[in-house]
Design a protein around this ligand. Structure first.
Ligand code: GLA
Length: 391
């Protein structure tokens, strides 16, 4: 994916009008689903562990109309691809191109669940920066699954929709990802982070608002493109599975910090470091949830910092640009910073006192310019509502 930031050019009525212009009929409805920032809990989801992401105020929107045949026509407001036309009966994993693999993956996945999926016309608009590690692809999938759930009357729960989009990602797109991103997008709430137990999908909404604490949550999009369909993500997943197998547990969720000494004797050095990241990261999620309720957001900075160090040194999923963003933001006054998302590029977050925001932004821009790197995009995010129908 490219890393271009896509502004929201159209509101729901505008998207509906664009749909009518393009497809010659009004849509049945317009749905939106947000991207996410993960506050803490990285690469813990596929280890049955804990995560604490929140839905952000940047969303993908789709206007959709059910057809009476099995044709699928897809159009976006960005790029110059024009209308992609395909047929439901020909959907095959690994064959779709560009952004169309996300809606097509959802249609395919719903078919796999035995849902009678109709042909559709669909137009997509998105303000989630592409490839920035803010789950632009899950935002699309969650908007589409929400639309199809209503339009087909399938009656899927949030938990079902999470699993349906995970299947689309894993088996159609080919990215062996977990359930964090779609859970945040479908189950997020304004002013809250989503504390998710990935073993049973239990969710607790945890109040998280930076502003009342005199803070802002800055996102620094390094513009380093990444894809979880590349080998790095899958390799980390394999190390975790190996670690769990050698430790004799169903998943690394079942290994605690006090088991790490034993683990170091049983595992090779690399697998041990991968395992240590996951085990300590699960602990940091629990500590963050606890601190948010007892002391508020100003207290979680050291946990964000420790998470970054663990990802950089033990899990080795950071990159020089993310490290530069994190280190510079911290030196310029952020109280905690870490890369967010799957890694190997994408974005960092920096929890920053309001009065230091300008200083942090300037310092990061200067550091990137000095290093001869692409200018990062820096913006604030607040926890927002999850997926919903707009029209
Ligand atoms: C990506 C995946 C998630 C999760 C994160 C890492 O965002 O989609 O399932 O594994 O990476 O925490």
């Amino acid at each position: 994916m490219s890393t271009a930031t896509v502004p929201h050019p159209l509101d729901a009525a505008g998207l509906s009008a664009r749909f009518a212009e393009s497809f010659g009929a009004t849509p049945d409805g317009v749905w939106q689903a947000p991207g996410r920032v993960n506050l803490i809990g990285e690469h813990t989801d596929y280890n049955d562990g804990f995560v604490l992401p929140f839905a952000i105020d940047k969303t993908a929107r789709v206007a959709v109309r059910v057809r009476s045949d099995s044709t699928v026509r897809l159009l976006s407001t960005f790029g110059d691809q024009g209308i992609t036309t395909t047929d439901l009966t020909t959907l095959k994993p690994g064959t779709a191109k560009g952004w169309t693999k996300y809606p097509l993956g959802v249609l395919w996945s719903l078919q796999q669940r035995g849902i009678k999926v109709p042909g559709i016309d669909l137009i997509l608009d998105s303000s989630v920066p592409l490839g920035a590690g803010l789950s632009s692809s899950h935002a699309i999938e969650c908007a589409v699954v929400s639309a199809l759930n209503e339009l087909t009357g399938a009656g899927m729960s949030d938990e079902d929709m999470v699993l349906a989009t995970q299947k689309a990602e894993n088996d159609f797109v080919g990215a062996p990802t977990g359930i964090m991103d779609q859970s945040a997008s479908l189950r997020g709430a304004k002013g809250h982070a989503v504390f998710l137990d990935c073993r049973d999908q239990h969710v607790e909404l945890v109040p998280f608002e930076a502003e009342p604490a005199g803070l802002v949550m800055l996102v620094i999009d390094t513009k380093v493109s990444h894809s979880h369909a590349d080998g790095g993500y899958a390799a980390r997943r394999e190390s975790c599975e190996l670690g769990a197998q050698v430790m004799g547990v169903p998943a690394l969720r079942d290994v605690s910090v006090s088991d790490l000494t034993e683990a170091s004797g049983l595992l090779d050095e690399l697998t041990f470091r991968r395992v240590r990241h996951v085990v300590t990261e699960n602990d940091r999620v629990l500590a963050t949830v606890e601190l948010l309720s007892t002391a508020g957001p100003a207290a979680i900075g050291p946990l964000l910092d420790a998470s970054h160090v663990s990802m950089r040194d033990d899990f080795e999923i950071s990159c020089p640009e993310l490290d530069l963003a994190v280190d510079t933001a911290r030196s310029a006054g952020a109280i905690g910073a870490r890369m967010t998302g799957g890694g190997f590029g994408g974005a960092a977050i920096a929890l920053t006192p309001v009065e230091k925001e300008r200083q942090v932004r300037d310092a990061v821009l200067k550091a990137f310019a000095r290093a001869g790197l692409t200018t990062p995009d820096i913006f604030t995010v607040t926890p927002a509502q999850g997926a919903l129908r707009l029209l």
